[in-house]
Design a protein around this ligand. Structure first.
Ligand code: UDP
Ligand code: GLC
Ligand code: MN
Length: 335
């Protein structure tokens, strides 16, 4: 599991950021992620692993952003019991992530979920060793497998598949397998603990806002959870997130960053590829109604009901419980 490589200019060729998209929705995420890495001038290669379900137009756009777009077999854990426990029946396919170890024409890589967004250059991650990752916000003795440093190796790939057949995954997805396999991550070597700013879950901001202010400067935001940036719609003119059928779970500012990049840099490329075929960009201009501007679409809740919703993880992040409102409240305590 060692891959000590000193980085000379030639060796940069052999290092890559890798992501995965098995369908067109996650492909949109991969497009934004790739663009964000390019915008922050990464010197490393970009690789997207895709499944056969990704449509031709999306494949073409990915090929314009990524150095390599590689079709892989979709692996599925089929572990409905554990996936149901996480309320994410869709995550069995994340086993496909394990294919990243087969990219042996690279010596070291950084895997990033398609629902991550890079906010500044993170090439320094290549100074780290396998397996480096940030703690999971839900269970910090586990690492979150949305961002990790690894060294491609067919031997490791084989051992991982063997691990899957013998032990399965405690969460039904790749994170369970990887934490089982790299089981000494929590205790063996602190240099393999990436700072949280490399995998900042937008949900964590709300559970520990003062730490967010203290830790500052997130470098990678991870839109972890069921609702993804592409689950919303966006009004590019008003620069406003408009999809309201989903509970907003992400920090509005980061969501806006995602949508600004998607609408300005990705949508034009998709438009070019789709040509006359209809496609839904998610960008919609919304006429502001009186009730919207007053934020009174939601029924008024008592403070007891709001507390209950908050404790169930259903805060009204875009409205009453918005980042700005929480900050204002905290500031009054801190004064
Ligand atoms: N993924 C995919 N297709 C799917 C589900 C997941 O390609 O149907 C990939 C994608 O790269 C995604 C990662 O697996 O970012 C992990 O899934 P997700 O981000 O939804 O999990 P979460 O971070 O919300 O737990
Ligand atoms: C997690 C990770 C994600 C992983 C999933 C399934 O919550 O964020 O990257 O694919 O669990 O194990
Ligand atoms: Mn994710």
């Amino acid at each position: 599991m060692f891959c000590h490589v000193k980085t000379s200019a030639a060796q940069l060729e052999y290092q890559a950021f890798v992501t995965l998209a098995t369908n067109d929705s996650y492909a949109r995420g991969a497009m934004v992620l790739g663009k964000s890495l390019r915008n922050h001038n990464t010197s490393r290669k970009l690789v997207a692993l895709i499944g056969p379900q990704v449509s031709e137009p999306c494949q073409s756009v990915l090929k314009r952003i990524y150095d390599e777009v590689r079709m892989v077999d979709v692996l599925d854990s089929g572990d409905t019991a554990h996936l149901a426990m996480m309320k994410r029946p869709d995550l069995g396919v994340t086993f496909t992530k394990l294919h990243c170890w087969t990219l042996t024409h690279y010596s070291k890589c950084v895997f990033m979920d398609a629902d991550t967004l890079v906010l500044s250059n993170i090439d320094e991650l290549f100074d780290r060793e396998e397996l480096s990752a940030a703690p999971d916000p839900g269970w910090p003795d586990c690492f979150n497998s949305g961002v990790f440093v690894f060294c491609p190796s067919m031997e490791t790939y084989g051992k991982l598949l063997q691990y899957c057949t013998e032990h399965g995954s405690f969460d039904g997805g790749d994170q369970g397998v990887l934490n089982g396999f790299f089981s000494n991550w929590a205790t063996a070597d602190i240099s393999k603990h990436l700072p949280f700013i490399y995998n900042l879950s937008s949900i964590a901001i709300y559970t520990y806002l003062p730490a967010f202010k203290y830790g500052g400067n997130a470098k990678v935001v991870h839109f972890l959870g069921k609702t993804k940036p592409w689950s919303y719609t966006f009004d590019p003119k008003a620069k406003r997130i408009t999809g309201s059928t989903h509970e907003a779970t992400a920090h509005p500012t980061f969501l806006l960053d995602w949508w600004s990049l998607f609408s300005s840099a990705v949508v034009p490329m998709l438009q070019e590829q789709y040509g006359d075929q209809p496609f839904h960009s998610g960008c919609v201009e919304v006429m502001e109604t009186h009730s919207q501007s007053n934020n009174s679409l939601q029924p008024q809740l008592s403070s007891e009901e709001r507390k209950e919703k908050w404790e169930q993880g259903q805060a009204d992040y875009m409205g009453m419980d918005s980042f700005d409102n929480i900050k204002r409240k905290l500031d009054t305590f801190l004064k």
